[in-house]
Write a protein that binds this ligand. Structure first.
Ligand SMILES: Cc1cc2nc3c(=O)[nH]c(=O)nc-3n(C[C@H](O)[C@H](O)[C@H](O)COP(=O)(O)OP(=O)(O)OC[C@H]3O[C@@H](n4cnc5c(N)ncnc54)[C@H](O)[C@@H]3O)c2cc1C
Length: 436
């Protein structure tokens, strides 16, 4: 195959995408602005730079991050191989020596005869075929061009998201389903007594905040105040604001409670719920400790923690179709954090899927459908599914199609979902002739 693909951005997603193309015989031009120009978080010269933690999260199949790794391994991921080659001890997580990791990726790509490299600032959509993977800190020159993508209603410049919990971990005996003033039953409501509200309030205002990076300190989170900052305005501010109980009667007491936390359904299948009005900058451990004090959430499993940080991402459902392709031109694709996946491995996973899809499109063959039964497919589905408030997503079991039969116990359920995902991936690989 002689058509050369431009991959913009040699980060986690761009390197994985480039690898998946060249190993299938497609020549690639990999362009990155480093080292001539750097984002505020990048400092090294190599490719696939890990800008913060050196952990790529869990490896076990009882964890969705572990399942994602198994799926990527089955499709010959370069990022995963680099991680396994630069592993450092970290219990059940896969953590790496970041320099060896980046060096492995850089060397493997540089030694491949089908890749050309260019140091350049990409400031417009490249000519097709191309994959744009310039990350959460995409240079403003390109970000400006992306705002003019036909059909795109928004390019987001920060992420201000409330935590998301799995439906099965909510104690349904402690919550009740209702909308305010009896207008339907859309929300799950966690009623608080005065004592519960006061204890929650005290924990919230004294909880530890995550640090902001220097480049985030002047960021204005338009119209969106962190719940802990709002709480600091006064003990009753939340009870008169996002936790107001008006129009909601607890059917168990027949009374309006002192305060109510509302949970809103997050996905179509109803496996995930978000905490309404709980955008937060608390450290993740603190979110677990403080938000588990909310009645009904004592044993909540957090599919995603709340975040408020700088993050450039497309309102992808406006413009993306199957396998991260622009709906208007399947030879132009996006990958990585820019599409609304969240995390190192998730970014690489989207590069893998975008590249395999593009490879098939270039050959005029049907593209694989990774389905909602694999994490690869569930993430891909998330970013092209219309949502009232599109938010980035990381790997978690809540985004997968529910199990075909009821399974008792969280561990058994996760094992069953993982087993099913890997069988599904085998089937897709056979059907689409994809090698490991
Ligand atoms: C500060 C920060 C900390 C994070 N910490 C974590 C963490 O600890 N764990 C985690 O799982 N995730 C973390 N993330 C989220 C995410 O997983 C990483 O940002 C990840 O690197 C995203 O992969 P990517 O391939 O989309 O982008 P990147 O890995 O950032 O790669 C993008 C590449 O594109 C290049 N580039 C950008 N603009 C242009 C342009 N216009 N022209 C040419 N080249 C360009 C950049 O130089 C870079 O090499 C963090 C994000 C940020 C911003």
């Amino acid at each position: 195959m002689t058509t050369r693909v431009t991959v913009a951005g040699a980060g986690l997603a761009g390197c994985e995408a480039a690898w998946q193309l060249v190993r299938r015989g497609v020549p690639v031009r990999l362009v990155d602005m480093k080292p001539a120009r750097r984002s505020p978080a990048h400092s090294a010269d190599g490719f696939a730079e890990l800008v913060c933690s050196n952990s790529l999260k869990a490896e076990q199949l009882t964890n969705a991050s572990g399942l994602l790794k198994a799926e990527m391994r089955a499709l010959g991921s370069l990022i995963l191989r680099a991680a396994e080659n630069s592993r450092v001890p970290a219990g059940s997580a896969l953590a790496v020596d970041r320099e060896r990791f980046s060096e492995f990726v850089t060397r493997t790509l540089k030694e491949h005869p089908l890749i050309e490299f260019e140091t350049a600032l990409v400031d417009r959509m490249p000519e097709p075929p191309a994959i744009v993977a310039t990350g959460p800190l995409t240079d403003p020159a390109l970000a400006d061009a992306l705002t003019r993508l036909p059909g795109l209603r928004a390019l987001h410049f920060f992420d201000a998201a409330a935590p998301i919990v799995t439906a099965e971990s909510i104690d349904m005996d402690r919550v009740f389903r209702a909308s305010r003033y009896g207008k339907g039953s859309d929300y799950l409501n966690c009623p608080m007594t005065e004592a519960e509200y006061n204890a929650f309030y005290d924990a919230l205002v004294s909880a530890e905040l995550a640090e902001l990076h220097d480049f985030e300190k002047n960021l204005v989170f338009e119209g969106c105040l962190a719940v802990e900052i709002l709480a600091r305005r006064g003990r009753q501010t939340l009870a008169f604001g996002p936790l107001k109980p008006v129009g909601l009667t607890d059917p168990r007491t027949g009374k309006e409670p002192c305060a109510i936390v509302q949970l809103r359904q997050e996905n179509e299948s109803g496996t995930l719920y978000n905490l309404v009005g709980f955008q937060t900058r608390l450290k993740w451990g603190e979110q677990k400790r403080v938000f588990s004090m909310i009645p009904g959430l004592e044993n909540a499993e957090f599919a995603r923690y709340g975040v408020m940080h700088r993050n450039t991402y497309l309102n992808s459902p406006d413009v993306l179709g199957r396998n991260y392709a622009l709906a208007s031109d399947p030879l132009l694709r996006f990958a990585g954090q820019l599409t609304g996946v969240e995390g190192y491995m998730e970014s690489a996973a989207s590069g893998l899927v975008a590249a395999i899809g593009l490879f098939k499109a270039l050959r005029g063959e049907p593209e694989p459908d990774f389905t909602g039964r694999t994490v690869l497919g569930a993430l891909e589905r998330h970013v092209r599914t219309k949502a009232r408030d599109f938010q980035p997503m990381n790997a978690n079991f809540g985004i997968l199609d529910p199990p075909d039969q009821q399974v008792r116990g969280k561990r058994n359920r996760c094992e069953r979902l993982s087993e099913r995902a890997l069988q599904e991936l085998d089937r897709i690989k056979d059907e689409c002739e994809l090698r490991s």
